[in-house]
Design a protein around this ligand. Structure first.
Ligand code: SPV
Ligand code: MG
Length: 553
């Protein structure tokens, strides 16, 4: 069995079982200490602190659930809490089993279920179900000795792992039945098979506990809970051969105090300012719950992250063709039927499963402030062109991604088809570009030539490849118009990244446009695939484009 925290922290995994380690704590001569926890988080804190074991306190678990320590939480509800605590930690847990939740039959089922949850040990007390906390009210009735011994015997007989420990808790001193009765019961429980005796006391002086230990003479390991006689130095317990000390409820009690303090301060100041510095950071929460381990596991086990596309949206230019509409905002932020253009594109990307969207900003960059996006800034936007903007997101060209202009609108099915297309570099081109030119007052920008013209044959799936793009393509040779949307596989992104680096080195980057980059890639022998569409898109260059946008929407 390996340790969760060990995995999280890269420690060597512990191989001895939790039950075996707890049994060793009981039987070896040194004094050991275990600390209370009441849920997965507090259990982690106990382990992180360095304790070698956890006390799953009935009082604390009940209190954390907002109920009394009177068996108000059902035993299966307690079991749920224990399961979280056990899963969250690698050190042994001693469970406060109250009275065993019934008779011998309930006890054997309890042992079975605890072992299934990798709990190391259980402590049962010789009171009656439903019990009351030992520090409450007047003397409580004690269990019949023989009946309680039967419970211990059945527990021991039913455990599967020999190392699972059952501790018998003697309440005779608490209930005022005296030392002789305490010793008589301890002896009977020891004979019935208990692995240790927990002798409990509610007086502030350790006298009766130390007296018991002296009389008992280490016939079986002794466990104590010094909640009331807390001033006693540990050395005194060592000197009396005590095996194990339980710090029984202090994490629950400090949590109450801390929660009250912080709640009150926030309530009264109506601000978080006064508390932020003195409470655990959110980062600590992530660390404590092992998020780093999850990130590693995701890298190892989740299907390739390549399946997840990111998107780079180039939106640095002003869009001077729109005149005063872009006095205060870049054109991608112009409202088209109640939403900025860019917002529409981001939503479409998100709807297609592309959540990781980065916008390269330039002109009036502060106007682009959607919370869900990453940003890069091309502060030289006025003197440079789109390749300089793409280079501002160079670090993102390390996996598959989409690249698009921020001022275009297209149909969702085009994006879906593009994401499904094979090929390392795939661009979307409009085969009906001539219609657009005729009807449009807008300028046709980026013509492309291809090795095959658009085919209306529904079954024609053969790839089409780019042979030229941009200014080098005359209308006579054109097969379409690039719409400002392309897709790169991880390998394609690496090629584009390398080409950008080369252009930066030879000085052609600042003035370069994406068709220039595509031409260089083709010249370098790389294949650029073309996916044809037939209209149904637009880019916004002037007010007439804006008017047309109403129709496409
Ligand atoms: C508990 O922590 O629930 C205990 C110890 O049983 S005591 O509260 O001292 O009884
Ligand atoms: Mg208890």
């Amino acid at each position: 069995m390996t340790s969760n925290l060990a995995l999280v922290e890269g420690r060597a995994p512990v191989t001895m079982s939790k039950a075996a380690r707890f049994r060793e704590m009981l039987t070896q001569s040194s004094l050991d200490f275990i600390m209370e926890a009441h849920n997965g988080l507090s259990a982690r804190v106990v382990e992180e602190t360095g304790f070698s074991g956890i006390w799953a306190s009935g009082l604390s678990m009940s209190a954390a659930l907002g109920v009394r320590d009177n068996n108000e939480a059902s035993w299966t509800q307690v079991m749920e809490v224990l399961e979280f605590m056990s899963d969250a930690t690698s050190i042994p847990i001693l469970v406060d089993g109250d009275t065993g939740y019934g008779n011998f039959n309930n006890m054997r089922r309890l042992v079975k279920k605890l072992e299934q949850r990798d709990i190391a040990a259980v402590c049962i007390e010789d009171k009656l179900f439903p019990k009351t906390n030992s520090f409450l009210g007047s003397a409580q009735p004690l269990a019949d000795i023989d009946e309680f011994c039967g419970k211990i015997k059945e527990g021991k007989d039913s455990q599967r792992d020999d190392n699972f420990s059952i501790i018998a808790r003697v309440e005779a001193l608490i209930s005022g039945w005296g030392m002789d009765e305490a010793l008589r019961r301890a002896e009977a429980y020891h004979r019935a098979g208990a692995d240790a005796i927990l002798i409990h006391s509610k007086v502030s002086d350790p006298g009766e506990i130390l007296g018991f230990a002296k009389e008992w003479g280490n016939r079986a390991p002794v466990v104590i809970v010094p909640t009331m006689y807390y001033a006693t130095p540990a050395q005194q317990f060592r000197d009396h051969d005590i095996s194990l000390i339980i710090w029984a409820n202090h994490n629950m009690r400090v949590a109450i105090q801390a929660m009250r303090d912080v709640s009150r301060e926030i309530f009264e100041s109506e601000s978080l300012l006064g508390v932020e510095e003195r409470i655990s950071s959110v980062k600590e929460v992530f660390e404590l719950t092992g998020n780093a381990e999850l990130a590693e596991a995701e890298a190892r086990y989740l299907p390739s992250r390549d399946a997840g596309y990111k998107s780079i949206v180039l939106a640095a230019s002003r869009g001077a063709g729109l005149g005063s509409l872009t006095d205060d905002i870049p054109k991608c932020m112009i409202d088209v039927r109640g939403q900025p253009l860019l917002r529409r594109q981001i939503s479409m990307l998100n709807d297609a499963g592309v959540q990781d969207v980065t916008v390269v900003r330039g002109y009036k960059k502060d106007a682009i402030d959607f919370p869900s996006i990453g940003v890069r800034d091309n502060d030289d936007f006025a003197e440079t062109k789109e390749l300089q903007s793409l280079a501002c997101a160079r670090d993102l060209l390390n996996g598959s991604c989409l690249v698009s202009y921020g001022d275009i609108l297209f149909r969702p099915y085009m994006l879906d088809a593009l994401l499904r297309a094979e090929g390392d570099i795939v661009i979307v081109a409009d085969a009906l570009w001539q219609d657009r030119e005729q009807s449009s007052e807008g300028l046709v920008r980026d013509l492309v030539s291809c090795d095959r013209a658009f085919s209306t044959d529904f079954l024609d799936d053969d790839p089409v490849h780019l042979t030229g793009a941009g200014a080098s393509v005359s209308p006579e040779d054109a097969s379409g118009e690039w719409i400002g949307l392309l897709k790169l596989s991880e390998a394609g992104a690496a090629l584009v990244g390398a080409e950008l680096d080369a252009m930066a080195a030879d000085g052609s980057l600042a003035n370069g446009e994406i068709p220039d980059l595509l031409n260089r890639l083709i010249a370098g022998g790389h294949k650029v695939q073309v996916q044809y569409i037939t209209g149904q898109w637009l880019d916004i260059d002037d007010v007439l484009d804006l008017a047309r946008a109403r129709n496409i929407l």
